[in-house]
Design a protein around this ligand. Structure first.
Ligand SMILES: CC(=O)SCCNC(=O)CCNC(=O)[C@H](O)C(C)(C)COP(=O)(O)OP(=O)(O)OC[C@H]1O[C@@H](n2cnc3c(N)ncnc32)[C@H](O)[C@@H]1OP(=O)(O)O
Length: 422
């Protein structure tokens, strides 16, 4: 006989209670969350992730003191064109199978949208979507793309004019790597829209390398590029998946992150990674959509590129988000925004902006463009041109030429990119 507590109610009779986390809930909350993702992490993984966990930002639904739905966020800072902004990095979304499709996710999302700016001053919420159709209805738009790069390395070859500089690349210990990489990334962060800040705990999570995640490949190998005077100015980390067949060695290099302060450092790191003995191919699961590697190659066709959605952006407060970034050209425009979930975002906003920053005021005059929060999230980081959304019929142009003007102003020389997993 199966024992049930006397208060037990089967799912169709139970009423889930909205519940905010306390520090004491960490273990039961994360157990429910991992279950929702079909994951069974080691204690070490729980500890490393636990170090960045913030009880005050997590919530969900309980039934009889059991978590049956989870969600929450991390406080991060994201680089935006010409600046940076506090963001709510939304995550840990699960609803237990017996309670799915009863509107619990919808209620958790509304809580996030009601509190991100009003309570925490975060005008933008971002997330990685487990499945692409889930979040558009809540105003989250794919705004940062990621590229999956694959190539047979012997077929690649570098252009003769590539400048590899006069430094060198070396494999180093985790400790040496971590100290140098933190310093290099701190210098580069301001120029990388979409990138998230990392404190020491986030670095520990980023470089975390448990055997269960290697799937037959080596542990991470850490490399630095040293410039002519011997100062590290670039880094990469990667694994090698050993493979042999009758034709000989066929190992694959799996690259996780490459950062360099100079073109020479970047080219040298890439050459190192493409020319490791006994390897014949490489794979990079989350490369920049505008990864410069292709411009180094004599045979660019050897590089296969698959673009897919990366970070989703939700503008939670229109005015605060628009003034947080800079613009590539001058623009004075009235945007009419429609936002179903955040009433204060509805209406007409005058954006007077340029290379020095922006001013946003509520407007009375006729709009130049009409769009919803979803389109605004998509264009915000400069990765999706507004003119594309206009051509797709998702932005209405009331004043001829406004779509092109606003599209140019929202653009940025670098495509947004995010390699941080949260
Ligand atoms: C940021 C992150 O953490 S991403 C991780 C998301 N979580 C997961 O993938 C874990 C496994 N999945 C789940 O736990 C759940 O299925 C969830 C959280 C995705 C959905 O929770 P639910 O409580 O069932 O969602 P809810 O009932 O509020 O659904 C709202 C709407 O979204 C739709 N929807 C929900 N999940 C999906 C999905 N996976 N694909 C497409 N549509 C979906 C529903 O059909 C519903 O549509 P409707 O309003 O037109 O009827």
């Amino acid at each position: 006989m199966v024992f049930m507590p006397s208060t037990y109610l089967p799912p169709h009779l139970a009423t889930p209670q909205f519940t905010e986390c306390t520090a004491q809930d960490q273990e039961t909350f994360s157990a429910a969350m991992f279950k929702g993702f079909h994951e069974e992490p080691s204690q070490e993984e729980k500890d490393v992730l636990g170090a960045v966990w913030d009880a005050d930002r997590h919530f969900g639904f309980t039934v009889d003191d059991r978590w049956i739905a989870t969600a929450g966020s991390f406080a991060r800072t994201m680089t935006v064109p010409g600046g940076s902004v506090p963001v709510s990095a939304f995550t840990a979304v699960t609803v237990a199978a017996p309670y799915r499709r009863r509107g619990l996710l919808t209620r958790m999302m509304q809580h996030e949208l009601d509190t991100a700016y009003a309570d925490r001053g975060e005008p933008i919420s971002i997330l990685w979507a487990s499945e692409a159709p889930i979040y558009g209805r809540f105003g989250f738009a794919p705004a940062v793309m990621r590229a999956r790069l694959l190539a047979e390395t012997p077929a690649m070859g570098f252009l003769p004019q590539v400048d590899f500089g006069d430094g060198s690349v070396d494999e180093v210990s985790h400790e040496t790597f971590s100290t140098a990489a933190k310093a290099i990334r701190t210098r580069l962060l301001a120029d990388e829209p979409g990138a998230l800040n990392r404190d020491d705990d986030w670095w520990a999570w980023t470089l975390f390398d448990p055997p269960a995640w290697r799937k037959g490949a080596t542990q991470y190998k850490w490399i630095l590029h040293y410039n002519r005077s011997g100062t590290p100015d670039g880094y990469a980390y990667f694994r090698v998946r050993g493979k042999n067949d009758v034709t000989g060695p066929q190992s694959e290099v799996q690259i996780h992150e490459v950062e360099a302060a100079t073109p020479q450092g970047y080219a040298s790191l890439m050459r190192y990674l493409m020319q490791i003995d006994l390897t014949r191919s490489f794979k990079m699961r989350n490369a920049r959509p505008d990864e410069p590697l292709r411009h180094l190659l004599s045979n660019p066709r050897a590089l296969r590129t698959e673009i897919s959605d990366g970070i989703y952006v939700r503008i939670v407060d229109v005015a605060a988000a628009l003034v947080a970034r800079k613009y590539l050209s001058d623009v004075d425009v009235v945007l009419e925004i429609e936002d179903v979930q955040v009433p204060s975002n509805n209406g007409r906003f005058r954006l007077e902006a340029g290379t020095d920053g922006a001013k946003v005021t509520k407007a009375r005059r006729k709009p130049d463009l009409s769009l919803s929060d979803l389109e605004l999230g998509a264009i915000y980081l400069g990765g999706v041109p507004l003119s594309d959304l206009h051509r797709a019929g998702r932005v209405i142009e009331h004043k001829k030429g406004a779509a092109a003007t606003v599209s140019a102003a929202f653009g940025w020389p670098r495509a947004p990119w995010c390699v941080d997993n949260f």
